[in-house]
Design a protein around this ligand. Sequence first.
Ligand SMILES: NC(=O)C1=CN([C@@H]2O[C@H](COP(=O)(O)OP(=O)(O)OC[C@H]3O[C@@H](n4cnc5c(N)ncnc54)[C@H](O)[C@@H]3O)[C@@H](O)[C@H]2O)C=CC1
Ligand SMILES: N[C@@H](CC=O)C(=O)O
Ligand code: NA
Length: 430
Amino acid sequence: MMRTRPLKVALLGCGVVGSEVARIMTTHADDLAARIGAPVELAGVAVRRPDKVRGGVPAELITTDATALVKRGDIDVVVEVIGGIEPARTLITTAFEHGASVVSANKALLAQDGAALYAAADQHGEDLYYEAAVAGAIPLIRPLRESLAGDKINRVMGIVNGTTNFILDKMDTSGAGYSEALDEATALGYAEADPTADVEGFDAAAKAAILAGIAFHTRVRLDDVYREGMTEVTAADFASAKQMGCTIKLLAICERAADGGSVTARVHPAMIPLSHPLASVREAYNAVFVEAEAAGRLMFYGPGAGGSPTASAVLGDLVAVCRNKLNGANGPGESAYTQLPVSPMGDVVTRYHISLDVADKPGVLAQVATVFAEHGVSIDTVRQTGKDGEASLVVVTHRAPDAALSGTVEALRKLDTVRGVASIMRVEGE
Ligand SMILES: NC(=O)C1=CN([C@@H]2O[C@H](COP(=O)(O)OP(=O)(O)OC[C@H]3O[C@@H](n4cnc5c(N)ncnc54)[C@H](O)[C@@H]3O)[C@@H](O)[C@H]2O)C=CC1
Ligand SMILES: N[C@@H](CC=O)C(=O)O
Ligand code: NA
């Protein structure tokens, strides 16, 4: 039976995502009401620039006072799509204090203060949903929190940043320059307000922290995630990757240790074979593999960024939260009971692709091989090309602890015959 009194929604932020949320709420109002069992009404929209024309949003709903909006007392759900840490954090906790549940797309905040936000939601009997925060439109958070809640997840690995995937894809396929591709991604609404968050890997690291926390029922914060961005990936790296039958992707990898006693979370560029499903993830699409004990290997794929796809995830959460409100129920809260420590990157077992500029003279190869052996790192393949007394040596290793691999590289740098380390990249997906 349809309730006649509408559920009231406050929208904080009306940028790339917020404007699409407002549009869909308006154009799909009847369907949303039928699915929820009550009408949903946009009761206020907090913006920073009130003079900007916002088609479809009635002028009387616009306010620059987000705090007053969340304190109104008649708001059922606050949708936070302004981003950043403050004032988003205070607005969300104020919303809980004033009887509203929250839907947010804010991965930066959730990765930093998720535990405190969950605690505030729990204290006030409200919901905190954030499907849009990881991998845009792709249903991933709710499958992990709900559908897979009965299974044991051992690994989550994938592409979780649309902007960097877009840039790497353009560099790989059309030879586009980094800045040109970044400008295009920004114009398409994929990039963060400060795109450094994307290209330096902070956005993906925040998502990795969220995914690891949910998957392994523990607390993982942004600072626990090893992070390397993609700004140093060059055309030469792509050429090297091609010679190996690989491409380069920025990956987020969260793993439970084999003994189950710890977890790791990392974000870095990596070479992956062209035959791997992640290699064919193009443009701003995201794809995430989840490996669970009983379920086996699952793959989630779809648009990972952009206003409309992200709004889809926000609207899905809005419907769920509204249903909970009507039923007097709550969705799942934080599940961090395992309290597993997060191990450092040095303990992670990986493979390296190392490209060295060396002197082309007898004994160099043996010298280089000795350094690998001294660090307990086994070599898989070596490729040498030489010209005019100088040579390029490409070494691909077998799996070894990251600390041993980085120690090897440090020692190689000290050899007189090694003129320089042209590139180092991890190899994944084999
Ligand atoms: N754009 C995308 O593809 C995706 C974005 N997200 C997240 O969604 C959130 C919003 O992202 P976008 O819409 O892309 O950003 P945006 O920068 O286009 O929009 C944010 C809006 O919030 C407004 N704002 C900032 N502070 C405010 C305040 N105190 N009061 C009222 N308005 C304020 C800004 O003026 C801006 O219009 C961020 O947390 C972002 O990380 C998540 C997934 C995908
Ligand atoms: N800037 C992010 C937006 C979605 O989370 C991205 O590019 O993936
Ligand atoms: Na999602």
